[in-house]
Design a protein around this ligand. Structure first.
Ligand SMILES: [Zn+2]
Length: 95
């Protein structure tokens, strides 16, 4: 996650950064996911699986429904593959 702590934002310097932040920065620098360390494909910081999980968690927490064409916001770069399973818990009564 992007925690935006001032000491980690000094460009190129990670002296005061935590061990976790240094590990994540190293993974991002070598083209890997900042969470699981696997190879990234589409997103600048996370792999597709982790990005999808983050998106689903945030959606559940905010109580939002998945993006659909014509809706607000930019479309996700990688669409959620499973339509029914992830959104079934968050599906609220649509009238
Ligand atoms: Zn990942």
């Amino acid at each position: 996650m992007r925690t935006a702590r001032a000491r980690t934002r000094v460009r190129g310097k990670l002296n005061g950064a935590s061990r976790q932040a240094r590990w994540q920065a190293a993974r991002v620098a070598e083209g890997c996911c900042a969470q699981c360390g696997k190879r990234r494909r589409h997103y600048p910081r996370l792999c597709d699986v982790c990005a999808m999980a983050v998106r689903r968690r945030n959606r559940e927490r905010a109580g939002n429904s998945p993006w659909r064409p014509g809706g607000p916001g930019r479309p996700p770069i990688i669409r959620d593959r499973v339509r029914g399973s992830g959104s079934s818990r968050t599906a609220r009564g649509r009238s």
